[in-house]
Design a protein around this ligand. Structure first.
Ligand code: VGL
Ligand code: ZN
Length: 213
């Protein structure tokens, strides 16, 4: 495991990804053990001076929902204009209880909440850039303008929104550290192993909260 340099309160930011009811047990797209990230994320929030959250935030009838494709079922893959797209159960519909942040998440010190996936025809796993790979969320500019150079990530799901965010962070020239004990995966057909391998190859540091010392 590569070492993690000590946290620098001015240059490091914690990005807490999609800790929302729909990704927790009982939710529409429940990640196994999803709510177990809440205490781990709260412990991280307490250690960082600067915290940013993301919220998956889809309009009703979003094109990533299987329900928008007659004859298709959740977790099937289809071709969109921008390439392959997994179809999901309806989830994180704007303003719904499922889209709300988990009530146990310590969100009060969050300095920014990035909402993504609001374009009706484009899904967005990454906090930086939508699945068409060209529509930015604005997060990279925000982080640069504030002088952050390293992004620590936790949340849901390891193999989708966390991994895509960490990979984009690298592509956009940030250092990236994923704290795996504070993440849980969907793991669809090997997606977790694939995500871990892609992150390692891209120079994402895969670590545990305890590695922060
Ligand atoms: C996510 C699938 C669909 C995630 C969001 O937060 O990982 N996964 N929308
Ligand atoms: Zn989504």
């Amino acid at each position: 495991m590569p070492p993690v340099n000590p946290v620098d309160p001015q240059r490091d930011v914690l990005l807490v990804v999609d800790v929302q009811n729909d990704f927790c047990p009982g939710g529409a797209l429940a990640v196994p053990g999803g709510d177990a990230v809440v205490p781990a994320a709260n412990a991280l929030v307490a250690r960082f001076e600067h915290v940013v959250l993301t919220q998956d935030w889809h309009p009703p009838g979003h094109l990533s929902f299987a329900s928008s494709h007659p004859g298709r079922a959740p977790f099937e893959t289809v071709e969109f204009d921008y390439g392959a797209q997994t179809l999901w159960p309806d989830h994180c519909v704007q303003g719904s209880a499922g889209a709300a942040l988990h009530a146990g998440l310590d969100a009060k010190r969050a300095e920014l909440v990035v909402r993504k996936g609001f374009r009706p025809r484009i899904d967005s796993y990454s906090a930086f850039c939508e699945n068409d790979r060209v529509s930015p969320t604005g997060l990279a500019g925000y982080l640069r303008e504030r002088g952050f150079t390293r992004v620590f990530l936790c949340g849901l799901a390891t193999d989708y929104c966390v991994a895509f965010s960490a990979l984009d962070a690298r592509r956009l020239h940030f250092e990236a550290v994923v704290l795996l004990d504070a993440c849980r995966a969907i793991d669809l057909g090997g997606s977790l192993d694939q995500a871990l391998a892609s992150m390692r190859a891209a120079g994402v540091v895969l670590a545990q909260s305890a590695d922060l010392g």
